[in-house]
Design a protein around this ligand. Structure first.
Ligand code: ATP
Ligand code: MG
Length: 440
């Protein structure tokens, strides 16, 4: 099989006929982020490998098995980002953004790369909407970030999505906990998988996140971190819950959530749905108070989440959620003869400069075939231009939805389309407001 016409395993093409859905979702996400004061940040697709081994953690699946790492021609070890937080944190540090009023809130729409076994909802190139809130230890910030994720699901009218929260404590309370975990897993050593045996010494909490059925079965009865939280962490977790309660955000406490990345502290959370198969975690995040220090900066408590866009889209499709209509061309100009084609090109230029979507035939089609094409492309109106129309500065414009026709001066077209556009913009604005105002 010719490889050059095959996409790499675990990657997807997003095709033009459906892209309006992705665009709607992505624009909405950025707008919802804005409601909470998050501004977009864009960072490179690759970083020095060490950034990820340090921040994500070298005992995690991501670092041990899933990274796309290579040496560039200057013999630097480079890795395609497996997640968005590390790059954003690096940019925050490197650009001195900690001098801005804190917390500094950033969000991004970004591609991520992980060498995983591809299946529904699990790809090798996937996309995330992520938010990061750098420089606050306030439990209200934990609730705010969770509230943002929750508002996204409300906005798209998603149901059957459950929020689960947990606290995995800080290094202080974790020392005790690690001891207890180690003791427990030592007694089950004979049954643990090879990777978990390694984790037992280095990072026993990672065993709780092992995907092997035997290990996860053993993990069920392991000591729970919540019983080991220090006073500060316990207090923090209780406050987060209060701030969620006051917003009416429902959640369950799931002590088995530890998250797959090492940098988390205190609050961790996931939004999970059973409607999209085995890969049901649509959004995961939490606090990472030690991360900035870990990558060489000052101690700056921070938090965030990553939401898988492919999984979000799967969920919207599975629940048959509505998308606003795709924009259709405002006008298709059917031309008869060279003179008319010249006029069409001239007219289209003027209308397009005003923002209208205007098309004409580029394939040498007959008049009948042009009409058919206009229909197929969903043009809202069509005018037919021939020699007479140009000579008389008058043509027939047809509304494709109603079939109604009317006569119009060509010189008046720009004005007419201008007001047409304004009307449509008003309708669209009302529609967007409607989206924001509908209740769950
Ligand atoms: P999982 O347990 O499903 O492997 P994870 O804990 O590795 O997820 P995170 O690193 O927290 O996931 O990434 C945040 C979100 O990104 C996930 O909740 C999911 O929606 C999405 N995601 C992660 N890995 C993939 C992937 N390989 N393909 C598609 N989406 C993914
Ligand atoms: Mg994973």
């Amino acid at each position: 099989m010719a490889l050059i016409t095959k996409a790499v395993k675990g990657t997807l093409d997003f095709l033009p006929q459906n892209i309006y859905k992705n665009q709607f979702v992505e624009n909405s996400l950025l707008q919802i982020g804005e409601c909470f004061g998050f501004k977009e940040i864009r960072t490179p697709v690759f970083e020095h490998t060490e950034l990820f081994t340090r921040s994500v953690g070298d005992t995690t699946d991501v670092v041990q098995k899933e990274m796309y790492t290579f040496n560039d021609k200057g013999d630097r070890s480079i890795t395609l980002r497996p997640e968005g937080t590390a790059g954003a944190a690096r940019a925050f540090l490197e650009n001195g953004l900690f001098n801005e009023p804190l917390p500094l809130k950033v969000c991004y729409l970004t591609s991520c790369y992980r060498y995983e076994k591809p299946q529904a909802g699990r790809l090798r190139e996937f996309h995330q909407f992520g938010v990061e809130c750098f420089g606050t230890s306030d439990p209200a910030a934990d609730a705010e970030v969770i509230s943002l994720a929750s508002q996204i699901f409300d906005f798209f009218e998603v149901d059957n999505i459950a929020l689960q929260i947990n606290s995995i404590g800080c290094p202080k309370c974790r020392a005790e906990y690690h001891k207890a975990l180690k003791e427990y897993f030592e007694s089950k050593k004979a049954d643990l998988c090879h990777t978990c045996l390694e984790r037992l010494d280095k990072n026993p909490m990672r065993i709780l996140d092992c995907k092997s059925p035997i290990c996860s079965d053993i993990a069920k009865d392991a000591p729970k971190i919540l019983d080991y939280l220090c006073e500060e962490c316990d207090e923090h977790f209780k406050k987060v819950q209060k701030y969620l309660d006051v917003q009416g955000i429902e959640y369950t406490i799931n002590p088995s959530i530890v998250r797959g990345l090492d940098y988390y502290t205190k609050t961790v959370f996931e939004f999970v749905s059973s409607d999209i198969g085995a890969q049901g975690t649509v959004c995961g995040g939490g606090r990472y108070d030690g991360l900035i220090e870990e990558i060489g900066g000052p101690s700056i408590p921070s938090l965030g989440f990553g939401m898988g866009l492919e999984r979000l889209m799967l969920l919207l499709e599975a629940q048959k959620r509505r998308f606003p209509e795709e924009r259709k061309p405002e006008l298709f100009i059917v031309t008869i003869g060279d003179e008319a084609k010249l006029k069409a090109v001239e007219l289209a230029r003027e209308l397009r400069l005003d923002g209208s979507s205007v098309l004409y035939d580029l394939g040498g089609r007959s008049m009948k075939a042009q009409m058919k094409l206009a229909n197929k492309l969903g043009a809202q109106t069509v005018i037919v231009l021939g020699e007479d129309e140009i000579k008389n500065d008058e043509a027939t414009i047809k509304d494709m939805a109603s079939g109604a026709t009317e006569s119009i001066r060509l010189s008046e077209l720009p004005d007419r389309f201008m007001s047409f556009l304004m009307q449509q913009a008003a309708v669209q604005a009302a529609d967007t407001l409607n989206f924001f105002n509908t209740e769950g």
